[in-house]
Write a protein that binds this ligand. Structure first.
Ligand code: CP
Length: 311
């Protein structure tokens, strides 16, 4: 009987305890790596496929490097490689690959039902490496970064500034589960978090004794330990309004904004466009931990692969 695998499609399907353990485990990998210790090899003999239909520097490399460091072999598919391009269904693709692979890391940037279709089998773990609706493994890297810097995620006060995109959605679905946290999401009008995310995050925050607020007014933002932004043009998306830049312009994270949070660290999921969502002086300045955050994508990918594939 083949071993049943766990999928990571959405953080909403992960329990609080599983989420806390993933962040702890990723932080452990980061600490061990900083001490010069190699990863253990729990995935020796396993084969992981990666399929990125949209561009990726960090997530693709993070999962590939983590899989190799954990002892697995990796098969990488590009956007033009599979017979999906000639009409094979997503379900059939998942069923076939599940007979050969132990894990499948997919970036679709399409509707969430597309990634769920690969997971309509229970032999191969499917990991959402970013879909239109959520970027769950980004949030794990974000929380790992907070844990490494603050020693814990509980109590962290985060100010998110920018579009309510898939990274922001995942952040809201993850941070609010930790005790006594505060997440303020400041978005341009018309670009807020989806209503469903707001309801879920508000419910998580009530249960964990945390604060969760959404606003369009930066002046309303309370003091933060972390200021976080993402690129104005989320990978794989476009904006209908030709004048959208005018709407986003007041939401740049610059030195003036950071001076209102003098002890805050700066987070960015990258890639960045200096001069758009963030001033170069902030991204490249002393408060920025964006490149540690990028490295933590590999450590959190290791925790995810271990949990989904090795059990
Ligand atoms: N942050 C992030 O997902 O980066 P990539 O698009 O390079 O994977």
């Amino acid at each position: 009987m083949p071993q049943q695998r766990r999928h990571l499609l959405s953080l909403t399907a992960v329990t609080d305890e599983e989420l806390f353990r993933l962040v702890e485990r990723a932080s452990g990998y980061a600490a061990a790596s900083a001490a010069g210790d190699p990863y253990p090899k729990p995935l020796t003999g396993r084969v992981i496929g990666t399929y990125f239909k949209k561009t990726s520097t960090r997530t693709r490399t993070a999962f590939s490097a983590a899989a190799l460091r954990l002892g697995a072999d990796v098969i990488a598919y590009g956007p033009a490689d599979l017979q999906e391009n000639t009409g094979e269904t997503t379900e059939d693709t998942g069923r076939v690959l599940s007979r050969m692979l132990d894990g499948f890391v997919v970036r679709t940037a399409g509707p969430d039902r597309e990634i769920a279709a690969y997971a309509a089998q229970d032999r191969m773990a499917v990991v959402n490496a970013m879909s239109e609706g959520e970027h769950p493994t980004q949030a794990l890297a974000d929380l790992t970064t907070i844990q490494r810097l603050a020693g814990r995620v509980d109590g962290a006060r985060v100010l998110y500034v920018g579009e309510g995109n898939n990274s922001a959605i995942a952040l809201a679905l993850a941070l609010t589960r930790f005790k006594d946290t505060a997440l303020t999401v400041v978005t341009p009008p018309g670009y807020g978090l989806p209503e469903e995310t707001r309801k879920l995050a508000a419910g998580y925050a009530r249960a964990s004794g945390s604060a969760f607020a959404c606003t369009h007014d930066l002046a309303e933002a309370p003091a933060a330990d972390f200021v976080y932004t993402t690129r104005w043009q989320t990978t794989g998306t476009s904006k209908a309004d030709p004048d959208w830049r005018d709407v986003f312009e007041p939401y740049r994270v610059d030195e003036a904004l950071m001076s209102r949070h003098p002890d805050a660290r700066f987070l960015h999921d990258l890639p960045a466009h200096r001069g758009e969502e963030v001033a170069a002086a902030v991204l490249d300045g002393p408060a920025s931990v964006a490149f540690d955050q990028a490295e933590n994508k590999m450590h959190s990918a290791a925790a995810v692969l271990e949990w989904c594939v090795a059990g």
